[in-house]
Design a protein around this ligand. Structure first.
Ligand code: ZN
Length: 278
Protein backbone atom coordinates (compact mmCIF):
# COMPACT_ATOMS: atom_id res chain seq x y z
CA UNK A 1 0.00 0.00 0.00
CA UNK A 2 1.30 3.40 -0.96
CA UNK A 3 0.67 6.29 1.39
CA UNK A 4 0.94 9.81 0.08
CA UNK A 5 2.14 12.29 2.64
CA UNK A 6 1.55 15.97 2.16
CA UNK A 7 3.09 18.41 4.56
CA UNK A 8 3.12 22.14 5.02
CA UNK A 9 6.16 24.08 6.12
CA UNK A 10 7.81 27.48 5.89
CA UNK A 11 11.14 27.67 4.15
CA UNK A 12 13.88 29.83 2.67
CA UNK A 13 15.13 29.02 -0.81
CA UNK A 14 18.88 28.35 -0.66
CA UNK A 15 19.51 27.26 -4.23
CA UNK A 16 17.69 26.47 -7.44
CA UNK A 17 19.01 24.13 -10.11
CA UNK A 18 17.57 23.10 -13.47
CA UNK A 19 15.94 19.72 -13.93
CA UNK A 20 15.11 18.82 -17.52
CA UNK A 21 13.38 21.34 -19.77
CA UNK A 22 10.88 22.95 -17.44
CA UNK A 23 11.45 21.80 -13.89
CA UNK A 24 13.75 22.84 -11.09
CA UNK A 25 15.18 21.32 -7.97
CA UNK A 26 14.79 23.77 -5.10
CA UNK A 27 16.97 23.42 -2.01
CA UNK A 28 15.27 24.90 1.05
CA UNK A 29 15.92 25.36 4.72
CA UNK A 30 12.53 24.72 6.28
CA UNK A 31 11.24 25.59 9.70
CA UNK A 32 10.33 22.06 10.79
CA UNK A 33 12.06 19.68 8.40
CA UNK A 34 15.52 21.24 8.16
CA UNK A 35 17.17 21.16 4.75
CA UNK A 36 14.93 19.74 2.04
CA UNK A 37 15.38 19.31 -1.69
CA UNK A 38 12.18 19.37 -3.68
CA UNK A 39 11.12 19.30 -7.31
CA UNK A 40 9.12 22.25 -8.60
CA UNK A 41 7.46 21.26 -11.86
CA UNK A 42 6.95 23.68 -14.68
CA UNK A 43 8.72 26.55 -12.92
CA UNK A 44 10.64 27.56 -15.99
CA UNK A 45 7.55 27.99 -18.13
CA UNK A 46 6.50 31.62 -18.48
CA UNK A 47 3.05 30.90 -17.06
CA UNK A 48 4.26 28.85 -14.10
CA UNK A 49 1.86 28.86 -11.16
CA UNK A 50 4.84 29.44 -8.87
CA UNK A 51 5.84 32.64 -10.69
CA UNK A 52 9.03 34.05 -9.24
CA UNK A 53 8.36 32.72 -5.75
CA UNK A 54 10.91 29.93 -5.86
CA UNK A 55 13.98 32.14 -6.22
CA UNK A 56 17.03 32.22 -3.94
CA UNK A 57 16.51 34.08 -0.63
CA UNK A 58 12.69 33.91 -0.89
CA UNK A 59 10.86 33.07 2.33
CA UNK A 60 7.81 31.01 1.45
CA UNK A 61 4.88 29.03 2.84
CA UNK A 62 5.04 25.63 1.14
CA UNK A 63 2.89 22.59 0.58
CA UNK A 64 4.97 19.53 -0.31
CA UNK A 65 4.37 15.92 -1.26
CA UNK A 66 6.87 13.67 0.45
CA UNK A 67 8.41 11.67 -2.40
CA UNK A 68 10.57 8.56 -2.28
CA UNK A 69 13.72 10.53 -3.11
CA UNK A 70 12.81 14.15 -3.64
CA UNK A 71 9.74 15.91 -2.31
CA UNK A 72 7.48 17.77 -4.72
CA UNK A 73 6.38 21.38 -4.27
CA UNK A 74 2.65 21.64 -4.87
CA UNK A 75 2.02 25.15 -3.53
CA UNK A 76 4.22 28.12 -2.71
CA UNK A 77 3.02 31.38 -1.19
CA UNK A 78 5.43 34.25 -0.61
CA UNK A 79 5.95 35.30 3.01
CA UNK A 80 8.88 37.67 2.34
CA UNK A 81 10.36 38.35 -1.08
CA UNK A 82 13.83 39.23 0.17
CA UNK A 83 15.37 38.27 -3.17
CA UNK A 84 14.60 41.36 -5.21
CA UNK A 85 15.90 43.84 -2.61
CA UNK A 86 19.03 41.75 -2.05
CA UNK A 87 19.74 41.19 -5.75
CA UNK A 88 19.56 44.95 -6.39
CA UNK A 89 22.75 45.55 -4.38
CA UNK A 90 25.95 43.69 -5.25
CA UNK A 91 27.44 43.63 -1.74
CA UNK A 92 24.14 42.46 -0.23
CA UNK A 93 23.81 39.80 -2.92
CA UNK A 94 27.31 38.42 -2.36
CA UNK A 95 26.80 38.41 1.44
CA UNK A 96 23.46 36.59 1.05
CA UNK A 97 25.07 34.09 -1.35
CA UNK A 98 27.79 33.30 1.20
CA UNK A 99 25.10 32.93 3.89
CA UNK A 100 22.95 30.42 1.98
CA UNK A 101 26.05 28.47 0.97
CA UNK A 102 27.10 28.32 4.63
CA UNK A 103 23.63 27.06 5.57
CA UNK A 104 23.97 24.22 3.07
CA UNK A 105 27.39 23.30 4.44
CA UNK A 106 26.13 23.36 8.03
CA UNK A 107 23.16 21.11 7.30
CA UNK A 108 24.81 17.92 6.12
CA UNK A 109 21.70 15.79 6.59
CA UNK A 110 18.34 16.43 4.96
CA UNK A 111 15.20 16.41 7.10
CA UNK A 112 17.19 17.12 10.25
CA UNK A 113 15.31 19.93 12.06
CA UNK A 114 17.38 23.12 12.50
CA UNK A 115 14.87 25.61 13.87
CA UNK A 116 17.43 28.02 15.34
CA UNK A 117 19.43 28.12 12.12
CA UNK A 118 16.22 28.74 10.16
CA UNK A 119 15.26 31.64 12.46
CA UNK A 120 18.77 33.08 12.22
CA UNK A 121 18.69 32.80 8.42
CA UNK A 122 15.33 34.56 8.13
CA UNK A 123 16.49 37.37 10.43
CA UNK A 124 19.76 37.99 8.58
CA UNK A 125 18.04 37.98 5.17
CA UNK A 126 15.45 40.41 6.54
CA UNK A 127 18.22 42.69 7.80
CA UNK A 128 20.01 42.50 4.43
CA UNK A 129 16.81 43.27 2.51
CA UNK A 130 15.17 45.81 4.80
CA UNK A 131 17.84 47.67 6.79
CA UNK A 132 20.90 49.82 6.09
CA UNK A 133 23.20 47.67 8.23
CA UNK A 134 26.57 46.96 6.64
CA UNK A 135 26.22 43.68 4.69
CA UNK A 136 29.74 42.62 5.59
CA UNK A 137 28.99 42.98 9.32
CA UNK A 138 25.69 41.14 8.87
CA UNK A 139 27.51 38.30 7.13
CA UNK A 140 30.10 38.02 9.89
CA UNK A 141 27.40 38.20 12.60
CA UNK A 142 25.58 35.35 10.84
CA UNK A 143 28.76 33.28 10.51
CA UNK A 144 29.73 33.72 14.18
CA UNK A 145 26.23 32.87 15.40
CA UNK A 146 25.79 29.93 13.03
CA UNK A 147 29.11 28.55 14.32
CA UNK A 148 27.75 28.86 17.85
CA UNK A 149 24.59 26.97 16.84
CA UNK A 150 26.80 24.25 15.37
CA UNK A 151 28.59 23.94 18.71
CA UNK A 152 31.69 25.82 17.56
CA UNK A 153 31.25 29.09 19.45
CA UNK A 154 34.63 30.84 19.33
CA UNK A 155 36.25 31.49 22.72
CA UNK A 156 36.44 35.30 22.75
CA UNK A 157 36.94 35.98 26.47
CA UNK A 158 37.97 32.84 28.35
CA UNK A 159 40.76 30.46 27.27
CA UNK A 160 39.57 28.02 24.59
CA UNK A 161 41.43 25.11 26.23
CA UNK A 162 41.20 25.54 30.02
CA UNK A 163 38.50 28.20 30.45
CA UNK A 164 40.76 30.59 32.35
CA UNK A 165 39.01 34.00 32.37
CA UNK A 166 40.53 36.66 30.07
CA UNK A 167 41.66 38.98 28.82
CA UNK A 168 43.98 36.89 26.65
CA UNK A 169 45.82 37.99 23.53
CA UNK A 170 46.88 34.76 21.79
CA UNK A 171 44.42 33.39 19.24
CA UNK A 172 44.46 29.93 17.67
CA UNK A 173 42.18 28.79 14.87
CA UNK A 174 42.54 25.04 15.65
CA UNK A 175 41.92 25.69 19.36
CA UNK A 176 38.84 27.75 18.47
CA UNK A 177 39.72 31.12 19.96
CA UNK A 178 41.80 32.83 22.60
CA UNK A 179 44.41 30.97 24.61
CA UNK A 180 45.82 31.82 28.05
CA UNK A 181 49.54 32.09 28.78
CA UNK A 182 49.61 28.54 30.10
CA UNK A 183 47.87 26.94 27.12
CA UNK A 184 49.31 28.80 24.17
CA UNK A 185 52.12 27.22 22.21
CA UNK A 186 55.34 29.00 21.24
CA UNK A 187 53.74 31.47 18.88
CA UNK A 188 50.14 32.02 17.83
CA UNK A 189 48.28 34.79 16.05
CA UNK A 190 47.83 37.97 18.08
CA UNK A 191 44.87 39.80 16.61
CA UNK A 192 44.14 43.39 17.59
CA UNK A 193 41.98 43.43 20.76
CA UNK A 194 39.46 45.50 18.79
CA UNK A 195 38.97 42.66 16.31
CA UNK A 196 38.17 40.21 19.14
CA UNK A 197 35.83 42.78 20.73
CA UNK A 198 34.09 43.16 17.36
CA UNK A 199 33.60 39.39 17.05
CA UNK A 200 32.16 39.31 20.57
CA UNK A 201 29.81 42.19 19.70
CA UNK A 202 28.62 40.38 16.56
CA UNK A 203 28.10 37.17 18.53
CA UNK A 204 25.98 38.94 21.15
CA UNK A 205 24.12 41.31 18.82
CA UNK A 206 25.73 44.44 20.26
CA UNK A 207 25.25 46.55 17.12
CA UNK A 208 26.29 49.93 18.60
CA UNK A 209 29.74 48.46 19.37
CA UNK A 210 29.92 46.58 16.06
CA UNK A 211 29.03 49.64 14.01
CA UNK A 212 31.54 51.82 15.86
CA UNK A 213 34.40 49.55 14.71
CA UNK A 214 36.80 50.80 12.06
CA UNK A 215 37.69 49.20 8.73
CA UNK A 216 40.88 47.50 9.86
CA UNK A 217 39.13 45.86 12.85
CA UNK A 218 36.34 44.67 10.54
CA UNK A 219 38.78 43.18 8.05
CA UNK A 220 40.76 41.41 10.75
CA UNK A 221 37.60 40.07 12.42
CA UNK A 222 36.28 38.92 9.02
CA UNK A 223 39.51 37.05 8.37
CA UNK A 224 39.36 35.29 11.74
CA UNK A 225 35.68 34.41 11.35
CA UNK A 226 36.25 33.01 7.85
CA UNK A 227 39.29 31.02 9.00
CA UNK A 228 37.42 29.58 12.00
CA UNK A 229 34.48 28.56 9.85
CA UNK A 230 36.73 27.05 7.18
CA UNK A 231 38.61 25.15 9.83
CA UNK A 232 35.37 23.72 11.13
CA UNK A 233 33.72 22.77 7.88
CA UNK A 234 37.03 21.77 6.27
CA UNK A 235 36.16 23.32 2.97
CA UNK A 236 36.42 26.83 1.63
CA UNK A 237 33.22 28.74 0.99
CA UNK A 238 33.41 29.60 -2.65
CA UNK A 239 31.18 32.66 -2.24
CA UNK A 240 33.34 34.29 0.41
CA UNK A 241 36.09 35.67 -1.86
CA UNK A 242 33.39 37.45 -3.88
CA UNK A 243 31.99 39.34 -0.93
CA UNK A 244 32.30 43.06 -1.51
CA UNK A 245 33.99 44.45 1.59
CA UNK A 246 33.38 48.08 0.60
CA UNK A 247 36.09 48.45 -2.02
CA UNK A 248 33.75 50.35 -4.32
CA UNK A 249 36.43 51.92 -6.51
CA UNK A 250 37.63 48.58 -7.82
CA UNK A 251 36.32 47.03 -11.06
CA UNK A 252 34.05 44.00 -10.55
CA UNK A 253 36.77 41.41 -11.21
CA UNK A 254 38.87 42.90 -8.43
CA UNK A 255 36.07 43.20 -5.90
CA UNK A 256 36.85 41.05 -2.93
CA UNK A 257 38.99 41.05 0.11
CA UNK A 258 41.15 44.11 0.57
CA UNK A 259 44.81 43.33 1.14
CA UNK A 260 44.56 43.53 4.92
CA UNK A 261 41.78 40.96 4.97
CA UNK A 262 43.86 38.68 2.78
CA UNK A 263 46.78 39.09 5.16
CA UNK A 264 44.57 38.23 8.13
CA UNK A 265 43.24 35.18 6.32
CA UNK A 266 46.69 34.00 5.31
CA UNK A 267 47.99 34.49 8.83
CA UNK A 268 45.02 32.66 10.30
CA UNK A 269 45.35 29.84 7.77
CA UNK A 270 49.06 29.45 8.39
CA UNK A 271 48.28 29.35 12.10
CA UNK A 272 45.64 26.71 11.41
CA UNK A 273 47.92 24.56 9.27
CA UNK A 274 51.28 24.84 10.93
CA UNK A 275 50.54 26.05 14.43
CA UNK A 276 53.01 28.48 15.96
CA UNK A 277 54.40 31.29 13.83
CA UNK A 278 56.65 33.36 16.02
ZN1 ZN B 1 44.25 28.07 29.11
Amino acid sequence: MVTVTVYRDFGVVLRVTKLGEADRIVTLLTRREGRVRAVAKGVRRTKSRFGGRLEPFSHIDLLLYAGRNLDIVTQAVTLDSFGSAIAADYSRYTAASAIVETVERLTSEEHEPSLKLYLLLVSVLRALAETDRDPSLLLDAFLVRSMSLAGWAPALAECARCGEPGPHTAFSIPAGGLLCGGCRSAGVARPAPGAIALMAALASGDWPTAEASDGSMRREASGLVAALLQWHIERGLKSLPLVDRGSVAEPPELLGYPAARQAALVRARVDAISGPLS
